[in-house]
Design a protein around this ligand. Structure first.
Ligand code: CS2
Ligand code: MG
Length: 402
């Protein structure tokens, strides 16, 4: 089966998404997600101008060889733009393979390892009472794992909290939003938030929290230690992970589990973290870490060290990534949890999908391939609308990690 066409579709049904569509001479097509929040057009161009022409005439079934060809053949390895582009090709080719075999992707990977995929939702509030109300709603909806983020008293803004009553969406139109940050205020406040959750709801739900790269290693160690009584499922991205050895310091002081990796692109970004057992969950995801072919490699490597998966799943990864991730999660032996932030209604219409949600558990469905398609006519009604992620500054104006 030969590839005869490859097109890039950029659309903004509620938020921007980049999708690659590959067509074959047997009339089967597959799609892959290539969305890189705030830098979408770089990946669209990488695909359109440099990758799509190389795909024409290739055997659609040679997925591994195509991956190696795009990775090694570019000479310039890794990086978010390259790896998102390779991921989109890989996802689309696995989709095609599934359709050709008339099998859902999870069966091609080796079959289901569990009945369903546990997902965590986002409970956010401007203050503790509001965050607890959202937490209660998630329990009502059947969530078994819930992430909580909350406004910090006397801080102008905080990461992860929805504006108004809508869904949480960090990217904004126009100028880059500048938020302010104080690690001291945050560290004093956040244990009180977890205490309030455990006091009100007990220990029946898995409690998660995202630090979003805001602390230094010693501060993260202090946070992890101070919240041990609340038994978090994980504290996410406690400090930036470019310096992987920095996590040794955190590990020496606390048994609070650590999840890292939503900004990683390859196995090399997490090699030391996994090998030295400095983390408990790896958050690398299909779209940004080279697709199914590469994430399988990361997960198998992680399994040697009892590190489990916890794939990134924000609304800025498209419903295509969500579908493919659920197949991956249903199969992967060392599964931990999957993030599920939900999508704007328009996005769910543009991307018809076989996946479903039921009381905190998700299933990819039985459609051949990854089970997600794109309605191109509808997609064309939502032109690209540039938006940027915010930045964070310390209270004295110093640019900090967002
Ligand atoms: C977050 C993301 O889901 C998460 O854990 O860290 O919302 C992240 O900020 C966005 O994906 C950035 O595009
Ligand atoms: Mg995160």
């Amino acid at each position: 089966m030969k590839i005869i066409r490859a097109d890039v579709i950029v659309t903004c049904p509620g938020r921007n998404f980049v999708t690659l569509k590959i067509e074959t001479d047997e009339g089967i097509h597959g799609i892959g997600d290539a969305t890189l929040n705030g830098r979408e057009l770089a990946v669209a161009s990488y695909l359109k101008d440099h990758v799509c022409p190389l795909l024409i005439g290739r055997d659609a079934g040679r997925i591994e060889d195509t991956w190696q060809f795009l990775y090694k053949g570019a000479y310039w390895r890794r990086g978010p733009v390259t790896m998102s582009a390779i991921a989109a090709v890989d996802m689309a080719l696995w989709d095609i393979l599934g359709k050709a075999a008339n099998m859902p992707l999870y069966k091609l990977l080796g079959g289901a390892s569990r009945e369903g995929v546990m997902v965590y939702g986002h409970a956010t509030g401007r203050d503790i009472p509001e965050a607890l109300d959202r937490y209660a709603e998630h329990i009502e909806e059947g969530y078994k794992a819930i992430r909580i983020q909350c406004g910090v008293p006397n801080m102008r803004s905080v990461y992860g909290v929805a504006k108004g009553n809508g869904m949480y969406e960090p990217a904004t139109k126009g100028a880059v939003e500048e938020q302010s940050w104080s690690s001291e205020k945050y560290l004093d406040f956040v244990p009180k938030l977890f205490e309030a959750v455990r006091e009100k709801f007990g220990f029946d739900t898995h409690l998660l929290h995202d630090v979003h790269h805001r602390l230094t290693p010693i501060e993260a160690a202090r946070l992890g230690k101070s919240v041990e009584p609340y038994r978090l499922f994980w504290m996410e991205d406690p400090t930036p992970a470019e310096n992987q050895a920095g996590f040794r310091l955190i590990r020496e002081h606390t048994v609070t589990p650590i999840a890292v990796g939503e900004v990683f692109n390859s196995i090399w970004d997490c090699k030391q973290l996994i090998e030295e057992q400095l983390i408990d969950y790896i958050r690398a995801t299909l779209t940004h870490a080279g697709g199914i072919t590469h994430l399988k490699r990361i997960a198998d490597f992680a399994a040697l060290y009892q590190v489990r998966t916890g794939c990134h799943g924000p609304s800025d990864l498209s419903p295509v990534c969500m579908g493919a991730a659920l197949h991956f999660d249903l199969w992967v032996p060392n599964f931990g949890v999957q993030e599920y932030m939900g999508f704007p209604k328009e996005a769910l219409e543009v991307f018809p999908h076989a996946w479903s949600f039921d009381r905190g558990m998700m299933h990819p469905g039985e459609a051949p391939g990854h089970g997600v398609d794109i309605d191109e006519k509808l997609a064309a009604k939502y032109p690209y609308d540039p938006a940027y992620l915010p930045v964070a500054r310390l209270e004295d104006g110093t640019l900090w990690n967002w």
